[in-house]
Write a protein that binds this ligand. Structure first.
Ligand SMILES: NC(=O)c1ccc[n+]([C@@H]2O[C@H](COP(=O)([O-])OP(=O)(O)OC[C@H]3O[C@@H](n4cnc5c(N)ncnc54)[C@H](OP(=O)(O)O)[C@@H]3O)[C@@H](O)[C@H]2O)c1
Length: 255
């Protein structure tokens, strides 16, 4: 059977690279989209060291906040790997400040990086997805579903990602395209290093997650791989909390 192609934007990040490795091991072709040629080349080497065939991994440089670059990167990857079956956006940034101390430039950056990037990837990817009846996965945040202080900008951007996911799921359902979204709690990645490298902050954050640990990139990669797979072929328009219980559960206080 032909291998399916999954395009990962933000592939060089912690979640993106964990996903790329998992998908390669599961027999997918992967298109790696990122903003650093050096990191893309390193990741490709790593995937080949894990057994991926060179012709099953392609890279393309792009700034996720510039539509023309996203579109050109996808065109280039599809020429090498074939039509897009899976489309995943692992691009993100984090800005934790209350509204009154958030610069307008920072607000715009958070929207561009977290929300515009999803819209751009979807818009550029639909042509290929229609041919394959493919699957899209975006990553929102538990902060878009639960009020958390100092999260105004990122919560607004990620709430936009949830709205985008649900609407696109409805629009493209008749084309057989599925669109789903994760809503993670705090995951130990480069993005959150400032929080997780400070012992007191890490302990306080861990205590907010009922399952008693922070997430790891593999937690997100596993959920995305499931949503891309045939096992999820009747699942669309869903926002999946991958958050150790953060958003929905209130546990008894420990004695
Ligand atoms: N970690 C968490 O607790 C958490 C919680 C909720 C949601 N999320 C979401 O999970 C997703 C994955 O993030 P992560 O935690 O794995 O963080 P990460 O390791 O920092 O990955 C973020 C990726 O975004 C890329 N990126 C940022 N701006 C870009 C731009 N303008 N153009 C192209 N690429 C750009 C980075 O590129 P470089 O590699 O070049 O830096 C990096 O690969 C993001 O959507 C994030 O918002 C994470």
């Amino acid at each position: 059977m032909d291998k399916k192609t999954v395009m990962i934007m933000g592939a060089t990040g912690c979640t993106g690279s964990a996903l790329a490795e998992r998908l390669c091991r599961s027999g997918y072709k992967v298109g790696l989209m990122g903003r650093s040629q050096e990191k893309l080349a390193e990741l490709k080497e790593r995937l080949m060291a894990c057994g991926a065939a060179e012709e099953d991994v392609a890279t393309a440089l792009c700034d996720a906040t510039v539509y023309a670059q996203v579109e050109a990167a996808l065109v280039r990857l599809e020429l090498q790997l074939g039509d897009t079956y899976g489309l995943v956006n692992c691009v993100g940034s984090l800005h934790l400040r209350p509204a009154h101390t958030t610069d307008i430039d920072d607000w715009q950056e958070v929207l561009n990086t977290n929300l515009n990037s999803c819209f751009f990837l979807l818009k550029a990817g639909i042509k290929g997805l229609r041919k394959t009846r493919g699957s899209v996965v975006f990553i929102a945040s538990a902060a878009a579903q639960t009020g958390m202080s100092d999260h105004e900008a990122i919560a607004a951007a990620k709430a936009g990602v949830i709205g985008l996911s649900r609407s696109a799921a409805a629009t493209y359902a008749r084309s057989g395209i599925r669109v789903n979204c994760l809503a993670p709690g705090l995951v130990e990645t480069n993005l959150t290093a400032a929080i997780t490298s400070a012992q007191a902050l890490k302990e306080a954050s861990t205590a907010m997650h009922p399952l008693g640990r922070l997430g790891q990139p593999e937690d997100l990669a596993g959920a995305i791989a499931f949503l891309l797979s045939d096992q999820a072929s009747w699942i669309t328009g869903q926002i999946l909390g991958v958050d150790g219980g953060l958003a929905n559960l209130r546990t008894k206080a420990r004695a």
